[in-house]
Design a protein around this ligand. Structure first.
Ligand SMILES: Nc1ncnc2c1ncn2[C@@H]1O[C@H](COP(=O)(O)OP(=O)(O)O)[C@@H](O)[C@H]1O
Ligand SMILES: [Mg+2]
Length: 389
């Protein structure tokens, strides 16, 4: 998988969040950590990237340690002449060629009948990888998104029990089309190794803080970080500070889809299977998805009813119900409209965060994040009151 570079790492990341497919915890951990195994490229490439973007290199004192050669980007620590600490990020120069080529191989591989049978969601996997790697190639978008979300977070829920959440500041004068710099954030990835040693109450607070911020981004900002796996969350234990990084994968949500999504949540909350089904139907993608949905309506109702009535602590959460419904429709090859498709994937990506919270905590976070939208829409507010949220 490592020889597949970016494409292989992405595949690993996505699979590591699918316990339904990869049942072995150890294997999921190996897949989660694949990103640390891709060999870095030569540091000298940075200089050519800087030159290409006409960036003034006289402000840079030293280019230090390699921080990540994860998938696409190479990230090095940088000390500027005023001794401030930043990181420099640029795409692996070969990625522009390697990605399309490796995607092509992956597509062929996943089209093999044998793989399709063993991995019923292979089509979705390929498009998820394709989508995320091609977006990550656009450094310019990444910078704009990072700045917008950073501004948003500063004005919303960014503190809890002495912990705070923030986004590293981008250096305006040191950015270009292929390379940019942002403030160095001290900390460790919010992954299994850290979670194992953190006091449980800190894990809870951090999880609440991230989840609240994410849902506020979704419901209030309409632009949100869509790739909050542990490697993109840096936790500074001493300063009790959480930094979100890596804004290459951000999504937007229109008001129309947002209101439908709120309806979905309210119907999940009130365990109303038939209304849940009709909201789901209103969120589908193409004509063929609607057709399949109608043809299989009876089994879908049965499955949704089952998911709604599951009262086990792990499956009772709204986040988990959304995730289970999405995974079920994936297995039926029924897709939502593109905004919704991307939005619903978030609940897979952040399952490791919601796993640290119970159903009441999750519900309260949804409530808090949805409230501003409800207050603007009396009809939704009324439905919310009926649902008991
Ligand atoms: N501002 C930062 N401060 C400290 N470390 C960073 C910062 N930005 C990135 N890193 C490190 O570099 C790694 C890769 O950066 P990231 O932006 O997540 O790129 P990728 O798209 O390759 O995942 C991160 O996992 C993190 O370890
Ligand atoms: Mg990353």
């Amino acid at each position: 998988m490592i020889s597949f570079e970016t494409v292989g790492v992405k595949l690993g990341q996505i699979l590591s969040r699918k316990p339904e497919i990869i049942k072995d915890d150890k294997l999921r951990k190996i897949l989660e950590d694949l990103s640390d195994k891709v060999p870095p490229i030569d540091k000298r490439f940075i200089l050519s990237a800087l030159k290409r973007d006409n960036i003034d290199t006289s402000k840079i004192k030293t280019i230090g340690k390699l921080l990540g050669s994860a998938s696409l980007k190479q990230v090095y620590k940088v000390t500027l002449t005023d001794d401030s600490e930043f990181v420099i990020k640029f795409n692996r120069p070969m990625s522009y060629y390697e990605i399309p080529e490796n995607m092509e191989i992956l597509r062929k591989l996943f089209n093999e009948q044998e793989i399709k049978e063993k991995l019923p969601i292979s089509d979705q996997l390929v498009s998820a990888i394709d989508e995320s790697v091609s977006r990550e190639l656009e450094i310019k978008n990444e910078i704009v998104q990072q700045v917008k979300i950073s501004t948003f977070i500063k004005k919303h829920t960014n503190k809890m029990n002495k912990w705070s959440i923030d986004v590293p500041v981008v250096r305006d004068d040191l950015k270009g089309d292929h390379v940019y710099m942002d403030q160095w954030a001290k900390g460790e990835s919010f992954k299994t190794d850290l979670i194992k040693v953190l006091p449980p109450e800190d894990t809870k607070t951090i999880s609440k803080l991230i989840y609240t911020s994410l849902l506020e981004q979704i419901f209030t900002n309409g632009l949100y970080h869509a790739d909050l796996h542990g490697g993109n969350i840096l936790v500074d234990k001493e300063k009790k500070k959480v930094n979100l990084i890596d804004f290459g994968n951000c999504n937007t949500l229109s008001n129309e889809n947002r209101n439908k999504f709120i309806k979905l949540i309210l119907n999940l909350k009130s365990n109303n299977a038939s209304k849940t089904i009709s909201v789901l139907a209103s969120l589908l993608g193409k004509q063929e998805d609607r057709q399949k949905f109608n043809e299989e309506k009876a089994t879908i109702i049965e499955e949704v009813t089952k998911i709604l009535s599951d009262k086990s602590p792990a499956n009772e959460k709204i986040s988990e119900k959304i995730r289970l419904i999405k995974n079920y429709l994936d297995s039926k090859k029924i897709a939502f409209n593109s905004e919704m498709e991307l939005l619903l994937k978030i609940f897979d990506t952040t399952k490791y965060i919601s796993d640290n919270l119970n159903s009441t905590e999750i519900e309260n976070i949804f409530k808090k994040a949805i409230m501003p939208s409800l207050l603007k829409n009396p009809l939704l507010l009324f439905e919310a009151a009926l649902s008991g949220l």
